[in-house]
Structure formats: C-alpha cells, structure tokens
Ligand binder design. Sequence first.
Ligand SMILES: NCCCC=O
Length: 492
Amino acid sequence: MYQFINGSIRQGSSAQTHDVVNPATGAIVATVDLANEDDVDSAVAAARAAFPAWARTPPGERSAILHRFAAILSERAEEFAQIESSQTGKPLRLTRNFDVPGTIDNVEFFAGAARHLEGKATGEYSPEHTSSIRREAIGVIGSITPWNYPLQMAGWKILPAIAAGNTIVLKPAEITPLTSVMFAQALHDAGLPPGVVNVLVGTGTEVGAALMAHGDVDMVSFTGSTAVGRTVMEAAAATTKRVHLELGGKAPFVVFEDADVDAAVHGAVAGSLINSGQDCTAATRAIVHRSVYQEFTDKLAERFRDIRLGMQEDDGADIGSLVSFKHRDHVAGMVERARGYAKVIAGGDIPTDGALAQGAFYPATLVIDAAPESEIVKDEVFGPVLVVLPFDDDDEAIRLANDTVYGLAASAWTSDLQKALRATREIHAGCVWVNDHIPIISEMPHGGFKQSGFGKDMSAYSLEEYTQVKHVMFELTGAAEKDWHRTIFALR
Ligand SMILES: NCCCC=O
C-alpha cells in the first residue's frame, strides 16, 4: 500500500498498479498501487480538515517537529539513500553524499525558518491609523514533483509549505514514488498531525490533473517540464489558484577568453554530468571564446571519454543509469538526430556489452559544430550531453547565453571582475554562478526566469511564497467623523 492519506497508509482506489523499476538493472523494485480521483478527494479533504489547527500551531512547535524529523532522516539516511538509488539508477555515491544530506539540511533550514518570518514594521503610515502586516498560511497546497531528484523535490515542496502552516497533498512521479511516501511517513513519526502531509501515488493524467484542478486546493506547486507547467497553469486558472512553477532549463556555461581552462573543464564535467545530466540546472550549452575553444573542447572530450558508467554500488563509477529506458531512448534519439547536422566527439553510443547493456545507461556525450538554432542546442535533452559553441566577442557570448526560452541557471567562467559582473547582470536566469556550476544551498533560492517558471524553492523566499500577506488597519482616534471623511465627502 502506497497512498499516505490522513496519517495512515492505504491502498489506492484505482484497480491499477505500476512497477517501479531499477533502471540500472531492469529489476522490479516495487509494485505500487495507484490512486484515482476518489483518493484525491480524500487526501484534499484530510488536508483541508487539518489546515486550521496546523495553521494555528505556533512556529516553535512546527519547528520542533521538523527538528525531530531531521533526526529521524539522519538515523535512516542509508535506507533513504538505498531506496532513492534503486528507483532512479543513481549511484549510491550520489544519493549518500548529495540527495540525502541535502534533504536533511533543507529540513534543518526550514525548522529554523519556520520561526523567522519577516515582515514590514507595524506603524502609523496614515496619521489616523496603525497598520500591520500578517503573513498567513494559504491553505491546501497541491504539488507535483519530478523523477530526477524524488527525495529532494519532495523536501523542496513539502518543507516550506508546512513550515509556513499550510497542509499539502503531494503527487510524486509514479516511476519514482518510494522515498516521497517514506518521507511523509517519517514526518508523521516525528509528530506531524494526520492530514498535514498526504502523498498520492498515481498518474499525471488522472491524479495529477485532478489535484491541479481541485476546487478545494488553494495553491499548486509543480516541478517538471515547461509544457506540463502550462497545463498546470491552465488547470489552476479555473479556480484562480496560486501557481508556483519550476520548469525546464537549458543552462549556458560561458567560458571567457581569460578563464582558467582547466577549472572550466572540471566544472563542465561536474556541471553537465551530475545526476547523469538529469538536472534542470545542468550545463547544457558550453559557449566558449574562440581563443580557448580548441583547448577546452579537446580537454573536455578526453575527460568525457574517461567518465565511467556504473552500477549503483560501484564506488568507482562517475555516473549511473538514466531514470528509464524510455528516457534513455529520448536522449539517444536527440543525439542520433544531431549526428545529421553536428559532430559527436565523445560518447553517443548506448553500451551494448556486459551488465551496462541491461540498464538504461547512456555515456557522457560531447557535441560540437551544431548551429545555434538546432534541436540539440535549443531543446532540453535532460541527459549527459553537452554542446560546445564558439563565440568571438562578449556581446555574442551574452546573446548566445540568452538565446533560449529558458532562464533557470547559467555560469560564467572568467578571472576578469568586469566580465563576471556583466554576465551576472545581463544573463537572464534565476541563478548565475561565477567559476562554478551546479552548487545549491538551502539558504539561497532556486527558481527560474522566462519559460523556466516562477516561484522559488528553498530559502526564506520560498517560505514567503507559501504565505499570503494581509494588511490589518486599526483606526486610532476613536472619533465618529474622521478627517479623511471630511476630505472626500461634503458632510452636513
Ligand atoms: N540541482 C537542482 C535541480 C532541481 C531540478 O532539477
């Protein structure tokens, strides 16, 4: 049973099941029951019923539950790392050192942030009134999370929502639901009241769509593709829900002529291949000054050819499998089409020998000589594929960096402060790294510009987004007839 509703685990009401597959081996990890629209109604009703009491629970009590939850996650870190790895194909090295500790750090951050909501000072902004601001929880949040970082994304959506006093119904991707259900159960073990967090395992077309359109959901938060994000917005419009979207990306990685090329090469490996490139902030377009283009490309191709694919427990592996065979075929299809108009100088071939041939593996792949308007440059691959494009002057570099509908993340590689400042000012993205690419931290926001969406995850900014601002105004004078009445009305 995999539906976590109102503090207990239940069977989904649809008659269907889904096999969660370890994409590195093809083995079935779990067969999960699937929810349907009736379960959406039950979960939303539970979240609605839990909302008034949870919203009134003092921040210190919410915080204490989150601190206990962080302790439980720390005790069970290895179990979470194992299951996250088995449902995604990620190396255990990644889940142990990135997914799980990152999530625990997020829990600890929001345990503190719950007690630290900022607001404008109460004051007499009009001579006859005292104004103050209340930041209130919004209500029931409906959330859909993706398959690339199931555990971290559950944290990014659930934690700010409940820290701010909301209740939530979360639907993880049905191909990677296991750690999201465990996350909710562990929160309950930490003392979270029933109904505050509910998790439904189901399909996007049935459960996701019903949740986004539900009349008793006040806000929707979604991480996934820009195309699906648009349908979320449309569904939310029917009842004017708040919308929080973290969508696609096509991050530029700009290497200026004065960059430390070796550092940029290392950065390109880490920034484009993390999580096998299944990361919406991953470097996807290296835009490199022509004076260092050949050196950068040669060194990077050599590194990419050395990248080792491996099974989850192989500590010597650099990257694991992609999340599914279907997704591996999508990545391979884009690279195959690119061979018709560009050159693939590293990777590009699905492994055909040994154990790797049984999994959804795809090698680190480097593409050059692609036109800026080609598919591999424009569209999201969401795999271990980096395209390198040359530029001749800084105006062209900035223009190429911004030549995308997306604006989630970017990086600039330079030792020149002026170039770095220009890049951080002129590249339109929610995050611009200088001389690095990918690090995230709980204190800083993550979220996009342009068609990468709007709304921030992590940080105090996300906590605020799960609140609504209320202006409370007290009349001060006690007079029946106020000064402002006389200003506007010809009273007799
Ligand atoms: N590195 C964080 C990425 C979040 C979504 O893919």
